[in-house]
Design a protein around this ligand. Structure first.
Ligand code: IMP
Length: 179
């Protein structure tokens, strides 16, 4: 039996429109510069591909795989990095692309690691900035949407690896117990 219900938060058209706007902003800011976009797997997949395809500048791309969550909606507090960037980022402009920032631990740890390799700059682009549980202040340079709270799924975001494939973004809610 399903214990959760989904309520739509961001319809696909709204997401696509915002992603195009972000891509335009990045294209303007990095015009004439060399840029490497680094996506943080797995949740970022759809956001990353949509963003990259809407850029008007040449880029290189790579991925990091990190997980801060076990099975559930609470952060485990530890970041596990099982895939690192393979492109040499020394002297390069980098944008880290993430689906959602929650406590901020994942992005601040990854940014710290990348900065050790001497890039010219490292900026952060997130689709969703969720503010309620922030534990560390990490500067977000490009942000699609702000939300205060809630656990969301769809457009790459999962709950126990489910719902990533949905084209819209939903808030996941526990079902009211029935009598
Ligand atoms: P942070 O380290 O707490 O900022 O966590 C970032 C990661 O937690 C994201 O990349 C997601 O994998 C996961 N996460 C945080 N909030 C949500 C959510 O509402 N839905 C799905 N995943 C989330």
């Amino acid at each position: 039996m399903e214990e959760y219900t989904k309520e739509i938060l961001l319809p696909r058209d709204e997401i696509q429109q915002r992603v195009r706007e972000l891509a335009l902003e990045i294209s303007k800011d990095y015009e004439g510069k060399e840029l490497i976009l680094v996506g943080i797997l797995n949740g970022v997949i759809f956001f990353f591909t949509d963003l990259v395809r809407n850029l008007h500048i040449p880029i290189k791309l790579d991925f990091i795989r990190a997980a801060s969550y076990g099975a559930g909606t609470e952060s485990s507090g530890t970041i596990r990095m099982s895939k690192d960037v393979e492109i040499d980022i020394e002297g390069q402009h980098v944008i880290l692309v993430e689906d959602i920032v929650d406590t901020g631990l994942t992005l601040s740890k990854i940014k710290e690691k990348l900065l050790e390799r001497g890039p010219k700059s490292v900026k952060i682009c997130v689709l969703i900035d969720k503010r309620e549980r922030r534990q560390t202040q990490v500067p977000i340079d490009y942000c699609g949407f702000h939300i205060e709270e809630g656990f969301i799924v769809g457009y790459g975001l999962d709950f126990n690896e489910r719902y990533r494939d949905l084209a819209d973004i939903f808030v996941l809610k526990e079902k009211e117990p029935s009598n």
